[in-house]
Design a protein around this ligand. Structure first.
Ligand SMILES: [Zn+2]
Length: 803
């Protein structure tokens, strides 16, 4: 074994399974100046997170383990281990990571609550993983099985395609993270030995003068720093640093390889890869003292927070490359905001805090945690979002599984680690970062301290912190005052409150008001603490209207509701006619908040008076009517079936999406060769797209069909005389699979027969415009459009009007 330090000497305490207390290794070892209090030391007993962690342990983890079995993940390992015949593999070469991530989640969960049955099952999986490992340590089932038709992402030789698609190092990274978690949770070295054998192979073959290639999908960097912390063996840290330094400048911005990492100053490319890399850079900066990494990630953080983050904390605005979009390009209906990217954003911001000790990083962490991350899993714990949109026409629902299941397994490993973000310490500074009822034991230089937090956060703003030192002692308690309580919903200027909240934050010690100073966003309370001292902070839990920087086009003339750390949305079931896109609420509208214990596992609901808008025939003037409007927390949406949703609420009717006027098309019954009623609804919703590639509006598409003839059909409410059709094609070239069709033809119904209309203008198939076809008037009850798909593409329709 490679380690120079015997394992039994190491006191392994794991936050994210990652941090070993600094004193466990040599005194010279550098690490984060601030150390987190590991989640195993923080016993959360609140009504918000505790039930969610329980659902994760009792529902999500067993569910994902079962899905891994049903969806070939376990078979991949069994076949690589020659324990099962055949060479059929699951869909993606990174599927191995789902097993690793769920083992990581299970390990964390077992650290909090013993579970012998789960422990035994994990042991079985680890045996299979070990048997699938090649003698020299290589572990990657898709190559080891050596299928007759190998996956197209895999090169002939090991790591040959690593910089592009093979994900061999990505798999390794998740293996290491799982191995460290499992070791720290159970004390067993079974998975750790497998990981070290694999990492030793990497240290032999990768490095300057050896294979000089970078990971195509980052995460091995943080995995290696965890192995370094556990073993004390510097070669793992050196390899992590090598994998950062070998990146760029001749690769793609897609995976952050177009520049050296130290020359990167903007958040770009695939958001999950990026945020994992920034996390890895923070780790290596902390462990080596390298300032160049620090300068780079400080700049990147500012770029992301100032210009590229959703109000939900989601990052990676575009599905095109699952990537950061351009500055201020934050579309709502087509928002990507992958769950994995939100998780990675929490990892990254927690590291930034540990480096700098500034509460602004925890502000981002908290915003992400309570909103864009938590939305990734249903209240039931077995339905999942991959993208987390901020607006929906009812076409977005959580899924039971994805063939690319990254977000699902990532959620299992993340949730049990939440208590690890509550406290941190640096010698005699004790940081209180998050607010949830818990009891925790923390060791400072000044001695052992027991902390008991009592609060009904995030619904109520009162937080009581009982400080119980074993012996009376002096230290600094640093209580984070959230930016949202100080009229600063986000560091930088991307989002601001419409009205300044006048309520102060008050802090008392043993009931006496405290005049406190703030430092980097913390109220610093220095005193000689004795058992029974209680600090009480009152945060103003007001409903705020948040507006976005006017450069964010998608949010113009709209506000979002926020109360405490929670971002709200309007959802169909709570609002008239189950529609919300047609709602407007005045800027000055009074809001009311009330707690509903029986709704969505207990939520604070916000209500206001608003209006709804509706189009009418033959005029652009909208019909407005008054209606009550109800908002629920964003994370809790999509738990009651498909429905409309919006986070950004129009305060101008022009920004709303009015209900359609009763045209021939909008009153028709829809059908077609595509069966999705939600997609069909796009045809007559009366939303005009900006262009054929407009993802912000609903559209219909036939992807992945190509080279076939498809149709859509309007059955009118009664017989109408029609003589004109207008169709707007959907086309997402060059990146998507839909183009304008090869041709189309219109038919009308006569009796039981379909007859072609006699056109008086030619058929056109132009992009980015309505294609108007006039024809000799026919009296009919139905129109049908036959669409001939291109040979090598699919096609789609944004809107189809009939006159
Ligand atoms: Zn994902």
């Amino acid at each position: 074994m490679c380690s120079k330090i015997s394992f039994n000497k190491i006191v392994a305490i794991g936050f994210l399974g990652s941090m070993v207390c600094a004193g466990s290794l040599s005194a010279q070892q550098k690490d984060y100046p601030i150390q987190p209090v590991p989640f195993t030391k923080v016993h959360v007993n609140d009504k918000f997170w505790q039930p969610k962690m329980e659902v994760n342990a009792n529902v999500t983890i067993p569910y994902v383990l079962e899905q891994c079995k049903l969806n070939g993940r376990v078979d991949n390992f069994l076949r690589a281990a020659k324990l099962e015949p055949g060479d059929k593999m699951s869909e993606y070469p990174f599927d191995d990571t789902d097993i690793y991530k769920v083992i990581e989640g299970a390990s964390y969960a077992m650290q909090v609550q013993k579970n012998p049955k789960l422990d035994m099952y994990v042991d079985t999986l680890i045996k299979i993983i070990g048997a699938a490992q090649e003698p020299d340590g290589y572990l990657y089932t898709f190559r080891t099985v050596n299928a007759k038709k190998p996956h197209e992402w895999i090169g002939e030789k090991r790591w040959q395609n690593e910089e592009v698609l093979s994900h061999e190092l990505y798999n390794a990274g998740h293996l290491y993270e799982a191995a460290v978690a499992h070791y720290q949770a159970t004390g067993k070295r079974t998975l750790l030995n497998i990981a070290l054998k694999n990492a030793d192979l990497l240290t032999r073959v990768f490095g300057w003068g050896k294979i000089e290639e970078y990971p195509g999908h980052q995460i091995v960097e943080t995995g290696l720093t965890k192995l370094y912390r556990v073993t004390g063996n510097k070669k793992y840290l050196d390899l992590a640093k090598f994998f950062l330094d070998v990146r760029g400048p001749k690769g793609e911005s897609y995976n952050q390889a177009d520049k050296k990492v130290t020359d990167q100053h903007e958040a770009e490319g695939h958001a999950v890869r990026a945020a994992y890399m920034y996390t890895g850079m923070a780790d290596v900066a902390a462990l080596t003292g390298n300032q160049h990494y620090l300068h780079a990630i400080d700049d990147i953080w500012k770029d992301a927070v100032d210009k590229k983050i959703y109000i939900t904390g989601g990052i990676g605005a575009t599905g095109n490359g699952e990537a950061f979009g351009d500055a201020y390009d934050l579309p709502n209906m087509s928002a990507y905001a992958e769950t994995c990217a939100a998780i990675a954003n929490v990892y990254w911001n927690s590291r930034m805090f540990l480096l700098h000790g500034d509460a602004k990083y925890v502000d981002i962490l908290e915003r992400t945690l309570y909103n864009g991350l938590l939305s990734g899993v249903s209240l039931s714990g077995n339905r999942f979002f991959y993208p987390n949109v901020l607006s929906s026409m009812g076409t977005n629902q959580r899924s039971a599984w994805f063939s690319c299941a990254c977000c699902i397994s990532n959620m299992t490993r993340f949730l049990p680690s939440v208590p690890g973000y509550v406290y941190a310490h640096d010698k005699n500074d004790l940081y209180v970062n998050l607010f949830m009822s818990n009891s925790s034991d923390i060791t400072l230089t000044a001695g052992k301290i027991n902390i008991v937090q009592t609060t009904e956060y995030p619904w109520k703003g009162k937080v009581a912190i009982a400080v119980n030192p074993a012996k009376a002692t002096t230290f600094n308690l640093r209580v984070r005052i959230p930016g949202w309580a100080l009229n600063k919903p986000i560091p930088g200027g991307l989002y601001t409150y419409m009205n300044q909240n006048q309520q102060p934050v008050t802090i008392t010690v043993n009931g006496k008001a405290l005049a406190y100073t703030t430092e980097k966003g913390y109220a610093v309370i220095t005193r000689h603490w004795k058992k029974g001292d209680v600090v009480t902070m009152n945060l103003p839990m007001e409903t705020e209207k948040v507006i976005a920087n006017k450069l964010v086009k998608a949010d113009v003339n709209r506000f979002a509701l926020q109360r405490g750390p929670i971002v709200y949305c309007l959802e169909g079931p709570d609002n008239r006619d189950s529609t919300v896109q047609n709602i407007t609420v005045d800027k000055m509208a009074v809001t009311n908040a009330s707690y509903k214990a029986d709704m969505l596992n207990g939520i604070e609901v916000i209500t206001a008076e608003g209006k709804s808008t509706k189009r009418q025939l033959n005029t652009d003037k909208l019909i407005e009517s008054d209606q009550p409007v109800t908002a629920i927390p964003y994370y809790a949406w999509a738990n009651r079936g498909p429905s409309e949703m919006t986070v950004w609420i129009p305060y101008e009717a022009s920004a709303s999406m009015p209900k359609p006027a009763p045209t021939i098309a909008s009153t028709s019954k829809l059908s077609g060769s595509i069966k999705s009623s939600r997609m069909l609804k796009a045809l007559n919703d009366q939303y005009d797209p900006q262009n054929s590639n407009d993802h912000s509006m609903p559209y219909l598409h036939w992807w992945p069909k190509q080279n076939s003839t498809e149709y859509v059909q309007y059955d009118f409410d009664k017989s109408h005389t029609v003589s004109e059709s207008q169709v707007y094609w959907y086309d997402d070239k060059p990146f998507g699979g839909c183009a304008i069709p090869k041709a189309y033809k219109l038919y009308y119904k006569k009796g039981e027969e379909w007859l072609p209309v006699k056109e008086t203008t030619p058929y056109t198939i132009a992009k980015d415009a309505y294609n108007t076809l006039t024809f000799e008037p026919v009296e009919t009850t139905a129109l049908k459009m036959e669409v001939v798909l291109p040979v090598d593409n699919s096609a789609g329709i944004h809107e189809w009007k009939v006159k």
